[in-house]
Design a protein around this ligand. Sequence first.
Ligand SMILES: [Fe+2]
Length: 275
Amino acid sequence: MSKELVTAIKNHRLIEVTEKLTMAIKDVVNECEIKEEELLKAISFLNEVGKKGEFHLLSDVLGVSVLVDNITYQDDADADTTLFNVEGPLYREEAPIQQSPGSLCELDEPGDVLFMQGKVISAATGNPIPNALLDVWQANAIGDYENEDENQTDYNLRARILADHNGYYEFRTVVPAGYDIGKGGPVGELMKAVGRHAMRPAHIHFKIEGESFKTLTTQLFPPNVPWLDSDAIGAVKEPLIMKLEKVTDPVECKKRGVTTPFYICQYDFRLKEKV
Ligand SMILES: [Fe+2]
């Protein structure tokens, strides 16, 4: 067998995808009768996307990231299991570990205080998953992540919360805000030029591990927030919209150690067992 043929067999997946992609691009060029000037603009745009490191973002706004996530984890999409969602580009490993109840931030973090609590359970049996680990990260109350904001401390609004032996977790945080993923870069400019916005609705990211269970990566969304119906990356899934209860009773506030009304969200995560 020739060297070339061996390489071609090894790369059959790459060859298949490249051929299909080439056909799809040619179809668009033919259908839209793309002219040379437009091609040069497109090439210059893609060069700019590369320079700014925005290819992940481009994949997000084209809806490709969510589609690939749905294909990759389609076997986990059953009614009993909590829905997965994209990890996004802002995850950081090695967030501090805290035994539940924990806190993602200092007590004076600006914003509406939110207590998240619930259980991590088996999707198949409903049994708790002891000592599940919830890796949580989010933007602050004005939509900034700590690693893109010099005003926040290292790992602010990020923590790995260790659930107790009954799979129960609880942590304090603030209600996050949505944010602009375009921020003046080439992808954001493209969105503007085609009459789309580049805003994501507020959300909290989770990556949850339990012994002998598949890791669940997902996002939860506070209800009734801007852009929930028009997420720039199309990641909103109805079962992942949180129910927030507002607590104004001063006695309850005192019990929780807060001086203002706060929110509680009860959310159980149902993980699928490894096969
Ligand atoms: Fe995010």
